[in-house]
Design a protein around this ligand. Structure first.
Ligand code: ARG
Length: 631
């Protein structure tokens, strides 16, 4: 447990925990909320004091804006209300005497002693990040590649975002179960198996291209009748063509039948088929693992929880819905209806076959009932929105909205947007194919390396004289950092343009900018050549406005992580770290470190440098981006 630091930022309500006490904004919120209650009475219990950081530090650090809204509600001049709040507020130990400005804003300046005290308390491994009290696991469903299908950019996003969310929740001490819901079961896979067999491909020498071809051919066969007949009917193409098509379709029908038989045999555990099927998975996973390693994500084959894992659960799922009267037969198929929408959820086909949705019901049941997760997070592209809405509603109907120990389950779909090319259309190669994941990563890595090598050519660069291997390794971190940051720094649901030039730039809202900021602080500290023990014990001196700004920025880190974890929004971390890098830059411009006026001041500033470095490294780590030491 974290030590209780009672006096931090003065008097706190007894039920607020340590971490709220290191957050000046939270402390002010408590104090002013109490004051509003005292000044205006019980009707105003728990009103939001509306605390905002000031844009101009001359007026203090924070503004309390509540009097505007309260004045309106009370039909009294806001300034008068502000005055009453001021008379009631107890800011002892926390802030200087506040002032009323304009129509009724209250300007507050945190006491330097309170800032120093708070900084001292975050200067620990936790850096001010509050541990979660929830001991239930969280499931993160990420990656979701499909056996025999090329990995595409959507799987890249799912993996990067899911990994970052996992790291953020783990940072707060949550147990995270990363689960890769591999598409490894069902008719398409059986069709691929069948196609590979008739093509006479040696499965022990199976290559990804073979799988890809078999998958595509299989898809063509599956869709043939529908497509062909549609065209014939649409365009009135004539009897010859119809006969031809019918013959073709007969062939296709035979193949579909063969695939269906293959599936049945597979489901019944035919030893040879199962072993062949495993070879398909292994081949797909070899390519995936290659990519996961490049990506530096905490995901490996041990996290595979493919659709096949749930295959024996499916009949039980159907029973649950039928026995509970939650599903009805409709033209032979089994569907779940929802009170608020037309669209039903299909959970069993009329031929008895199961669907993607059936497996997902089995998976969510398993996660909640067997794994006791109280938060299940699906990182899947936005096009599957309806599917997850149906899934979550159906799961709640079946009683899986509560863990076995009675905790409400939060089911979340994190819908993310597409990655677009420079032409604002979905990324395509020149030949019009979908861009593969592997090619994107290779490009990023090679661009990162080129940039790092180019910079190292400069005699004054800190990397000048590094070996080719060292520079390549740094370049790889830069390239991957660039991709990840671009992926995480926006609202996830937005499409974004894959603009390598912009992403890899060392200036602007980019990963390399933050990596560079980190490396720069490392170099400032190294050049100062001061005993780290002396620095970490040096008393902090917060005098200059730039030191104050840096202190306030550093104190935001912990509370921000709590918010990022609550809302599952990695971009909050990006914004925070970017702000920190900029605040640090102006601190470093305005407050000489090595040439500080006194030894005490130098050491205090070095300690601020070190704290900034650790917060940056911690945040980059949560984004899965390497905090590079020298670049
Ligand atoms: N394999 C699916 C696809 O590529 C994604 C799986 C997402 N996870 C899930 N539980 N449905 O579309």
């Amino acid at each position: 447990m974290i030590p209780q630091a009672g006096a931090i930022l003065g008097l706190m309500a007894p039920n607020t925990d340590f971490f709220e006490t290191i957050d000046p904004a939270a402390a002010l919120r408590n104090r002013f909320s109490d004051a509003i209650l005292r000044a205006l009475g019980d009707d105003f219990r728990d009103s939001d004091p509306v605390i905002r950081a000031t844009t101009n530090p001359e007026f203090g650090d924070f503004q309390v804006n509540a009097a505007m809204g309260l004045g309106k509600r009370l039909k009294r001049p806001p300034r008068e209300v502000a005055l009453e709040i001021l008379q009631a507020v107890d800011l002892d130990g926390l802030a200087e005497e506040p002032e009323i400005a304009g129509p009724g804003f209250i300007n507050v300046r945190i006491r330097t002693s309170a800032l120093v005290e708070a900084l001292n308390s975050i200067d620990a491994d936790h850096l001010g990040v509050a541990p979660s009290k929830d001991t239930h696991p969280v499931v993160i469903d990420l990656c979701g590649v499909n056996v025999a299908k090329q990995l595409h950019v959507g799987h890249l996003r799912s993996t990067i975002i899911g990994d970052a969310l996992g790291r953020i929740l783990e940072r707060r001490g949550r147990t995270v179960l990363r689960e890769n819901h591999l598409g490894d079961w069902g008719l398409p896979i059986a069709m691929v198996l069948h196609r590979l067999r008739i093509a006479g491909i040696d499965l022990d020498a199976l290559k990804l291209v073979d799988l890809d071809t078999a998958y595509r051919d299989g898809q063509l066969v599956t869709k043939m009748d529908v497509r062909g007949m549609e065209i014939v009917e649409d365009r009135n193409i004539g009897p010859h063509r119809i006969i031809e098509l019918e013959e073709q379709n007969e062939g296709a029908q035979q193949q579909r039948n063969a695939a269906a038989e293959t599936l049945v045999a597979l489901q019944q555990g035919d030893a040879e088929l199962v072993s062949d099927w495993q070879k398909l998975i292994d081949c797909t996973m070899r390519a995936v693992v290659d990519i996961l390693e490049k990506l530096n994500v905490l995901l490996g084959t041990e996290h595979n929880r493919g659709e096949s894992f749930y295959r024996t659960h499916l009949p039980g799922i159907i029973d649950t819905f039928v026995d509970g009267g939650l599903a009805v037969r409709d033209d032979g198929a089994l569907i779940v209806r929802f009170p608020d929408r037309e669209r039903p959820m299909l959970i069993q086909k009329s031929n008895g076959g199961y669907l993607y949705a059936t497996t997902d019901l089995a998976a969510i049941r398993h996660r909640v009932v067997d794994e006791n997760a109280d938060r299940v997070v699906y990182v899947v592209d936005a096009r599957q929105r309806d599917h997850f809405k149906d899934l979550f509603d159906a799961a709640r109907m079946a009683g899986w909205g509560v863990t076995p120990d009675g905790h409400d389950v939060e089911m979340v779909h994190i819908p993310f947007g597409s990655v677009l090319g420079m032409d604002k259309k979905p990324l395509k190669t020149r030949s019009g194919d979908n861009v593969t994941l592997a090619s994107l990563l290779d490009e990023a890595i090679s661009r990162g390396r080129t940039e790092v090598h180019r910079r190292a050519g400069d005699e004054n660069a800190p990397t000048h004289g590094f070996s080719k291997e060292e520079l390549d390794r740094i370049g790889e971190g830069v390239g991957i950092g660039a991709i990840k940051y671009a992926d995480l720094s926006n609202d996830l649901v937005r499409d974004y343009v894959f603009d390598m030039d912009r992403m890899i730039a060392f200036e602007g809202d980019t990963g390399p900018y933050l990596q560079y900021a980190h490396a720069r602080i490392c170099s400032i500290i190294a050049k100062a050549d001061e005993d780290p023990d002396v620095v970490s014990n040096a008393p902090l001196i917060i005098g200059e406005p730039a030191e104050r700004a840096l202190a306030l920025q550093l104190l935001q880190y912990g509370p921000m992580i709590t918010e990022a974890a609550r809302h599952l929004e990695p971009h909050r971390i990006c914004t925070e770290l970017h702000g920190l890098a900029e605040t640090f830059n102006s601190f470093y411009q305005q407050c000489p470190v090595r040439k500080a006026a006194t030894d005490e001041l130098r050491r205090s500033r070095l300690r601020l440098c070190d704290l900034s470095r650790r917060v940056l490294a911690d945040g980059l780590g949560l984004l899965g981006i390497e905090a590079i030491q020298t670049m």
